[in-house]
Design a binder for this molecule. Structure first.
Ligand code: HDE
Length: 667
């Protein structure tokens, strides 16, 4: 949306909605200065009426989000597979709007609960809008859309008291999960660190379903869409995510906004897994139409085909991020849906929900939803119609007003033949194999986090029978996992049942993510009077030049007196922030007061506990001692060198050291 509409920085006179100038917007019209307000005050009535009607229903799921504008460019023409123009013309710069979101919480909840994240992209192509409405996890809880209301009812706050908010750690969710074992694979993802992204800019996206590409000869190819972030796929740990929820509930939307404002435009590679239609049944242990399964990258590699870059923040949250209306059914020629029963149900649900949310059938006319190509048809009237069609012929065929050509692409002529029946395919029957695959693919620290997450969530479940049922399911995923979780939640150790198949897929682990660019990572430097000026200045200049954000935290706002006798300006007072808002902490030499400052000690202890880079020199090391940081344990992210910059850069690029034993750190 361009800033053509209302400019908030009014330079002209204030008016009512009718364009009438307003003489006073601070005092209502009264019968005498102390008398009652008068009904005839249309300005007062209009102002209050407009205020009273500001809210629209929030999304029934994925209510809390953050959006951004950007562009997509394909690398090489994909015309062997599709006629979609934006995938075949490398010169085309396709505008996009992306909305990231959490799924469970309401609009005013926080950004960092344990949750799946939405990654929805609207491509304004030259052939109309294509919406790729995906998640940051490649599979979904259920196989058939008819279960979606049950799933969402179970995971949302419980209906009698509307608690708890934005979390699955309660009885109804786990009751449902344990009675609907097709959820098992997605639940493994949900209990992993994938549910706690460090940033929207550092998470993968997936179309989840199998879609279909169709080329100029009418040949179809099954496709799975993947987004891979340029900054690597990185996560918070759970303790950190919980603390952030209080420190900065807007953590992810702020992160996205600030990066784009700073010109650090986040980008993702679009990748495709292509599967010829003849190979639809080539996989023994998965059905391409089953959204609870992924196709391991080792079996069908992901081919990078294009780049998405987000380069502009919305002008207005409501007009754009709130009113954007995605629909999985918005597919352009050359892309088609498949018979996945989850996808089929979504085809109904998305446009239906917009009618409720946006109040009528004309929501595609809203600026953020409008295709960037002409819209010509005889759809008419309805609430909030913005267009003024001319002429008398509002039907087809007609001989009185001209007729648009009816020459769109044909639907993919898939052969459909079968009895009408309410039945799941036998090929959807395995609910545990890929849950085991996921578990087998995790590194040691990832497994430890998964066990902790299960213990936390099930530990909040009051109904013992539900806990016991979940252990039975986990026992079919992996016996050791079940034993470890059971031990934490007061459930008897299960006896081994099913043997682990032993297969793994390296692509599923975040431990394998390559070292990432350090741009936009955040480093805190703790200051106090006497701090050594020269190393702090060198660190600041070096890291800032590499695009790292360095903040100097003082005991209070203003300055500290550095060892060179000069005042050193602080970025902000330590009491207004917390270590969880940074990726690393540096405690320089010379600031003797820090070791006696509980806020500094806690800052360091917590950063260490959360696997972050901690660098210290001279008297700064005393703060580490007070924080129980074991300075003698070899640790690539514990940097005690005279020049901490190389170590810090390496640790930031590695994201975190989650291999530390932090069980004894009191934070
Ligand atoms: Fe959605 N989903 N969904 N969903 N979904 C919505 O549409 C629904 C599913 C996803 O930023 C709603 O406009 C059904 C899978 C995202 O605006 C609603 C089913 C995946 C977003 C809806 C699914 C998603 C939504 C709520 C099962 C991952 C946010 C508001 C058949 C691939 C889009 C709205 C945004 C939003 C229904 C399953 C992702 C109610 C019935 C699978 C990212 O229409």
């Amino acid at each position: 949306m361009t800033a053509t509409s209302d400019q908030r920085a009014f330079t002209e006179a204030l008016t009512t909605d009718q364009g009438i100038r307003v003489d006073d917007t601070d005092n209502s019209l009264r019968a005498g200065a102390r008398g009652p307000s008068l009904l005839e005050d249309f300005h007062l009535r209009e102002k209050l009426m407009r205020f009273d009607h500001e809210r629209i229903p929030e999304r029934v799921v994925y209510a809390r989000g953050a959006g951004a504008h950007g562009v997509f460019k394909v690398h090489e023409p994909l015309d062997e597979y599709t006629t979609a123009d934006f995938l075949t013309d490398p010169d085309a710069e396709t505008p996009v709007f992306v909305r990231f979101s959490t799924a469970q919480g309401s609009r005013g909840s926080c950004d960092t609960p344990r949750d799946v994240r939405g990654f929805a992209t609207k491509f304004y192509t030259r052939q109309g809008n294509f919406d790729l409405v995906g998640n940051n996890m490649p599979v979904f809880f259920i196989q058939d859309g008819i279960k979606f209301p049950d799933l969402v009812h179970a995971l949302k706050p419980e209906p009698h008291h509307e608690m708890p908010q934005a979390t699955t750690a309660h009885d109804t969710f786990w009751d449902f999960v344990t009675l609907q074992p097709e959820t098992m694979h997605h639940v493994m993802w949900l209990m992993s660190d994938r549910a706690l992204p460090r940033s929207y800019r550092m998470m993968q996206g997936f179309g989840v379903h199998t879609f279909r590409l169709v080329n100029g000869h009418g040949r179809g190819t099954f496709v799975k869409f993947h987004w891979t972030p340029a900054l690597g796929t990185h996560s918070l740990c759970f303790d950190e995510a919980q603390r952030i929820a209080g420190q900065d509930p807007d953590f992810h939307r702020r992160d996205l906004w600030e990066a784009i404002e700073a010109g650090a435009h986040p980008s993702w590679e679009l990748g495709v897994q292509l599967i010829p239609e003849e190979q639809a049944f080539a996989f023994d242990d998965l059905d391409l139409l089953d959204a609870t399964k992924l196709v391991p990258e080792e079996i069908v590699p992901v081919t990078p085909v294009g780049r998405l870059t987000l380069n502009r923040n919305p002008d207005n949250y409501f007009a754009e991020t709130e009113q954007v209306a995605f629909n999985v059914g918005n597919v352009v020629p050359g892309i088609d849906v498949t018979d996945d029963p989850l996808l089929q149900a979504r085809l109904f649900s998305y446009p239906d929900t917009q009618l409720n949310r946006l109040g009528g059938p004309n929501y595609p006319q809203l600026p953020v939803n409008r295709p960037h190509v002409p819209v010509r048809n005889h759809q008419q009237d309805g609430r909030h119609q913005q267009r003024v069609p001319t002429g008398r012929a509002n039907y087809l065929p007609n001989s009185l007003g001209g007729s648009p050509a009816v020459a769109g692409p044909a639907h993919y002529p898939e052969l459909v033949d079968g009895p009408k029946e309410r039945k799941r395919s036998e090929t959807f029957a395995d609910h545990y194999g890929q849950a085991t695959l996921f578990w087998n693919s995790m590194s040691a620290w990832e497994r430890a986090h998964v066990i902790d997450a299960f213990r936390f969530e099930l530990g909040k479940v009051a109904t013992m029978a539900v806990r016991v049922r979940m252990i039975e399911h986990l026992n079919r995923v992996d016996h050791d996992l079940a034993v470890a979780v059971a031990a934490g939640i007061g459930v008897e150790e299960p006896v081994p049942s099913v043997a682990n198949h032993g297969r793994a897929s390296a692509a599923l682990s975040q431990a394998g993510t390559a070292r990432s660019p350090v741009t936009t990572r955040k480093v805190a430097v703790l200051l106090g009077d006497g701090v050594t000026a020269r190393p702090v200045a060198a660190l600041f200049d070096d890291l800032t030049a590499r695009g790292v954000t360095v903040e100097l935290l003082g005991p209070v706002d203003g300055t500290v007196a550095a060892d060179d006798g000069l005042p050193m300006e602080v970025t902000r007072a330590i009491g207004t922030v917390a270590s969880v808002l940074y990726d690393a902490v540096v405690v320089p030499d010379g600031a003797l007061s820090l070791a006696a400052d509980g806020r500094a000690v806690r800052f360091v202890a917590e950063a260490y506990k959360h696997g972050k880079a901690v660098a210290a020199a001279g008297s700064g090391i005393d703060v580490l001692h007070r924080a129980y940081v074991p300075v003698d344990v070899p640790d690539p992210a514990l940097i005690l060198d005279a020049n901490p910059i190389p170590g810090l850069l390496a640790a930031l690029a590695a994201h975190r050291n989650f291999d530390r034993d932090v069980s004894a750190i009191p934070a």
